[in-house]
Design a protein. Structure first.
Length: 244
């Protein structure tokens, strides 16, 4: 069984899972949080090197003030707890997204967590907070244009490598497997550039119920996929061949 080098997960379905149990949505988020800690440990023990999760999007601010407050308090608690997991798993943690839109104390916790984990290299864990794929691309283009104006970017066509280096995920390989829990089959503005050749796996299981067994199913399906990256199996690219 081949392990994906990088798994990305859209953590969806906390609210519906809780509602089905006759509980408030906030209960789903609490259990979703605990599950993230558990699954992050599991994924690390399996030997997967990169994990990226979508926790809060640039569009999630449309939710009620009450729910946003619950989520922000959970993130506060999680960022502190994550220092323990980072140490245990020898895991470097990075927050992707626009931290400027978050409360100052959350921004401080992010800096502390990133700082304390910066030398770990067994696993690399990215948490998308106040993240939007389009927002990330626009922020990257803005910085790239400014650097180009100052002559810091090679003249001419911008290469994929150069553009990559301006994204929040600079230095992180693209995901091999994207999992979305809870039945929806869309990207919801997650890693729009990075998912170009990623294999997608959608499951009806909501995030709080997504466990090691469900993860094994996703990896099994991933192993059945034939990744050709636009090429043809068994055929080597010919020199000077035109690519259609
Ligand atoms: C998706 O469920 C969950 C969210 C948008 C909230 C954030 C995720 C967590 C709290 C899990 C832990 C993450 C971190 C980083 C601590 P939903 O509310 O969209 O559920 P629904 O689709 O059923 O309404």
């Amino acid at each position: 069984m081949k392990l994906p080098n990088h798994i990305a997960i859209i953590l969806d379905g906390n609210g519906r899972w809780a509602k089905n149990k006759g509980m408030p949505r906030s209960y789903g988020h609490v259990v979703g949080c605990d599950n993230l800690e558990k699954m992050c440990n599991t994924i690390c023990e399996m030997g997967v090197r990169y994990l990226t999760v979508y926790a809060f999007s640039t569009e999630n601010w449309k939710r009620s003030q009450e729910e946003i407050k619950v989520l922000m308090n959970l993130f506060r608690r999680y960022l502190k707890r994550c220092e323990r997991s980072a140490k245990k798993n020898q895991m470097r943690v990075k927050i992707i997204g626009d931290p400027g839109g978050l409360e100052p104390d959350i921004q401080r916790s992010i800096c502390e967590l990133e700082d304390m984990s910066r030398d770990y290299d067994k696993m690399f864990f990215q948490i998308a907070l106040n993240y939007g794929g389009r927002d990330e691309i626009l922020r990257a283009v803005t910085r790239l244009a400014e650097d180009a104006r100052q002559g810091k970017v090679p003249e001419g066509k911008v290469s994929e490598e150069t553009f990559d280096s301006y994204l929040d995920t600079a230095g992180i390989p693209d995901p091999d497997l994207l999992i979305r829990t809870s039945g929806e089959q869309r990207l919801s503005n997650f890693l729009l550039w990075q998912l170009a050749y990623t294999e997608f796996y959608f499951t009806d299981v909501p995030w709080p119920a997504f466990d090691k067994k469900e993860l094994a199913k996703a990896i099994e399906k991933y192993n059945e996929r034939d990744r050709r990256y636009g090429g043809v199996k068994g055929q080597k690219p010919e020199e000077g061949a035109s690519c259609l």
